[in-house]
Design a protein. Structure first.
Lengths: 146, 146, 146, 146, 146, 146, 146, 146, 146, 146, 146, 146
């Protein structure tokens, strides 16, 4: 089983960016932890980060037939990107949306998600551990159990 | 470690209510699974269901000092209850919000959560497995790890 | 054939509450008239009143398999209760929504109905006679005629 | 006692138009049934259909002194016609609004009624039988009973 | 100089319709008074009433080259008719909008005018005398004085 | 009969301010014309201009018992002043609202009037002649004719 | 193959009405050009114009079984008519919506279309040529090619 | 003279709940102080707390004939309960609304009050002393003095 | 202890202005009563009225160091004045907002308060007695008791 | 004559993405058909696809002086991109907006177009044939015929 | 070259009012610095402060012919004053809007500017230095350089 | 001291794009002028332009530790990019937002700025000179003077 973790804009700054809100871990460290957790579950984990809406759209389009599931942290694009929503809707690969912080407890324009409607589900607010939970959720979903 | 799972209105009907949307398991079966998972983690799990906004508010108020963490599926009250939000805000016990279905993919009035802002985080869309993920998330949160 | 009439908040005050708007009959008198009308149609009529959103949700959940049809006057909850809407949607028992006054001719926040979308239809504005009409409508609906 | 049933735009297509939503009966058949029901109640029933907002406004204006009550299915004009609302408000003849389908369960722009505020009450969702119920409601209203 | 007074829906009921709001004069009496006033100013006054949006649109289209100015009381269509607004905008004949009552002191949906933006100006609230003032205003406007 | 004409902010600039929109006449010239017209009608006309919301409120309060009618051009305060609306509502002296330009044909925030609801009626779009029409309207209103 | 072109309010004024926006051709000339183009495609073209919402609704209702396709320029009714939308939805005859000008580049209330949702597609902004394109589009659609 | 003080959801937590916002006093202590103050005024004070919207509605309904005045702190229900508003409107017993904190200085959804429109007046922002002021206000109101 | 009572626009008309809504007392009588009540509490009461937003802003600015507390009835400016809100926010002198009528039971545009967010609290609906209650509230607040 | 066809995000997936909505043709096949059609009209057709908002903006900027006309299918960026609108507005090259599906019949957030206001016109709903129609429209527009 | 700096409500309190937000300098000190800077540029600087909307409107009206440019800090009136906007629009003297704090980073009702649309440009967020920049901007603008 | 000037979409077209609105200078010329002005202030100026939201986000992220201050003209992204706002918020480098035209005097969707809230301040409306002023503002801000 192969899973791709997609990370949106500014997430390459993790560890330096507002640590009170996003924690002190870098994205590399977080992704390494997700990979190790994948190894335990027998799941191969790839990851990718881009600040570019179009690059993320392209990546999602390339997943068909090469990847079994997606974990997507769309960051700021959660609230503005119809293109990402369309990309997910067009894709047969199931996706889990993930956020490091609890966006419901932040500014009003972060309370809705355009992309979430095209995902299996959403996990947010647990810091780096949100990714681990998403991996568990996706593995469970792909196993076809209820 | 002791955790209380609170279930809101209509969740007592699980298994009979729109199975295509909510699955065929009853609430009792779901809660039993959460308990078993708690046993594996060394966490004692209690649960409670009420159709009554006031009864849920009361339960949350009673948690102080008796329970280490809350898992709350506010169901329909997610979108209308300032009282539950106030109860969570008034409580020192951390809470994880859970939904069986992905509310972002349903009617517009289900796209926001009044209660979520007073929780650590939110997990939704994974059916009964949402509760298991919430238990993992809460246990991790209470352990103080990042 | 068995029908349950559910009455929401403040309806226990009928006869004393704003008689210009709601008439001088008490709820007991109204329900007795509905029962007599049911006797003529060969329909057994039970009724229930609660000021409690949760108690009404519970009653609706209990109808499955015990009652053939519901007449619901959600009163103030018409405009605020997602929980009642969910309860109706989860129930296989057909429901007719009823209002004593014409809510379209009152304050703006009474012009919409959250619960109505989960009912067969709606009857309003005819005072106590709204219930009699609802009984006729429900009996007709249950008879399967067009 | 004399009652006029007014039918708005596209209702002349009943029986052919989206039968899943509006049933297989033609308007002529429906109106014949209303007439027969009127005969039982000793009420003379006339009917009229127009796709024209102005023709409906004119008809309502002509009712004063010639008709005892109105049953109006404004169809699409329910949601857009201030002119029909004004015509009803200007008329001393009481009116009952009727809809074949439950408009609360359809598109958002059908959830409000401009005309309903100028009527005694509203009945909707019971197919052709909505008219029979409206006739009963109007006869009861005109008899001055509560 | 020739002027046409156009009257919209329900204005044929003047004198019988809500006299407290619209006065006891009939439309015929009002128009006769406008005509007499026109005679004093040396202005020929024609008038027309229709409940039909389309008929009013047609009349406005016919004015080009046959009439020097328009007085329009669009009544209910004031608030809903883009077609009348387009007709006025397409016409080289200047128009004054008139209302018998002060629409700003009535229901919220009467506080705006779609048609007014395509007129020279608006006069409202002075009962039948609003038409006389509009005639004066139009005559003054057509005379090219400031 | 004594009438006061109240002019709001920036109207002292008439003649210099955007002549394409407001004409080339000064306020003094306009008021002199209103006075002459008043002489013909046997009405004494006083006038007052202020850029100050409070000064206009005070003037309206002083009218009780000293003035028979008001003509008010609230200018920019039309759209923002609850204080002027309250002053008019508190006053037994009837008022006619006047605008030089047709505010419905300008920016969206000029399409509503807070003050108009507390007036007898509104006249706008006829340049300086709007005041003459208002004087006629007020004289007619005060004469008690319909 | 037989096609009906329906033209809404004020389109009979084409050629005289705001030529900068709508061009100098009359409707008769435009329709003659559409007919000639139809001859080339082997399509019989009929046309009809009305300022009347109801007359347009009636025409659409009559198309069933007599016409293969509709081209509709609803003009002002595009933005206000639920009745036309219902007529189209009730009709089995496919329709293409057409506008002479680009309504997205005009006033805000012209940016949405109520009728377009019930059509196959929409073509706008190409002047009289919009009709020719619509004819091509409809012929292609009816031929069943992709 | 007998007065009932009704306290809504979460107020049983006073003293423990966000003391920076609500103070360190418990509800029991606050109510005891209100009682003592009532003794000075010769007013018997009863009190009741519930987290349940329905229980509060029921209590208000029972006041007719047994209580002279109500002091209501609806807490979270202030902003969401049409049922409490209806209960107050249906009751002949005058009510004063009270809030411990100044809700205008908190989140946007706390800036309006549904219940306040059915009360004599509102007092908020003075901590526990808000109740004492409400008692004074109610006693004064019931004494019929201005 | 010295307290200033600030009264906004139109309050100088009290006693003559809509007595059904505001009572028959003049502002002078009301202020005299507040003064007498202040004498009992050992509080010196000054008062000021202006129709002028700017004059009220100036007065608030002058309070620093000369006055211990403010009672402000902003009247119409409650709903429109950011300047008064800024003045209060800039001032170290605590303020209590007061209204004679219950603004929640009046027009929709009176349901919010811009100024209230910058005050300690708000008292409204008790006629002239609202000021007495505000004096009590302010004295209590300044005494530092809870 | 040289024309550039610009395709926005996710259009590279055509043929695989939701074929029920977008058809079974790939973008390459569609573009080849447009090219062939261009050959018949004597128009050279180039095409470009990007998921990147910025890349599309850049392409539009490069068209000045090298291309005679643009056909743009902005896909998801239709509804969110002010940058594409600005690029079109800054460009002297005329553009026709194209959509494969009828966006008016889809989710509410697809009912408006930010980019359309900067185009000559819009064609949508005819599948791959929308491009052919756009080519015809653009060729006609560039030929300067009406 | 002569420039007038206009300062709106509460700015006379600078130095004492919320120094964290507005700095510790008084308005006199700020204006002295602007004057000194003007001396360097060969520009005579006058200044004026008023809490009064009307006084500011009057000042702007007096500038015509006596002053070459305006710097305006409308403070709270930025967000509420149509009268100031009209005054600026009526004036031939170019104006630069200035704010000490960055209003985009404050409460939502401070995110828009009514007055800014009638200015050359806007400078905000640089404390007292905003005025110096505005002086530079205005001098540059008046010099006619690009 | 080192400063980076970031220019958003379509700004590479300056000089050719709508010169009436943006002036005749190219971006290269503008940036050269900023550089020369930087030389005078002893500030090294780098610049960068991209049509790509992601590329701008990346550049902002790279500034940490390499650049002392940012000048950002986000152009169209001002109104739509949460990603740029997040990038600025995540960065310790202070930023000044700049616009060539006065966006408050353009279309409604340009009246707000998502990015401005994460900047020190905003300067707009002065053409190319806006950049010079921003450089002065930033240099002053970085010098720590008030």
């Amino acid at each position: 089983m192969k899973i791709l973790v997609l990370n949106g804009p500014n997430l390459h700054l993790l560890g330096t960016r507002e640590p009170a809100l996003y924690g002190a871990q870098t994205l590399e460290e977080m992704m390494a932890a997700v990979r190790r957790h994948g190894d335990q579950l027998g799941v191969a984990v790839e990851w990718f980060q881009s600040n570019d809406e179009g690059a993320l759209v392209t990546k999602i389009g390339e997943c068909r037939g090469t990847v079994d599931g997606l974990i997507l942290n769309p960051a700021a694009y959660t609230h503005t990107s119809v293109a990402l929503r369309d990309a997910l809707q067009a894709s047969p690969v199931p996706c889990v949306e993930v956020h490091i912080s609890n966006t419901l407890a932040r500014e009003g324009f972060r309370h809705t998600s355009l992309t979430g409607a095209a995902c299996v589900g959403q996990i947010m607010g647990f810091g780096a551990y949100s990714y681990i939970l998403a991996l568990e959720a996706l593995a469970h979903h792909l196993s076809g159990r209820t």
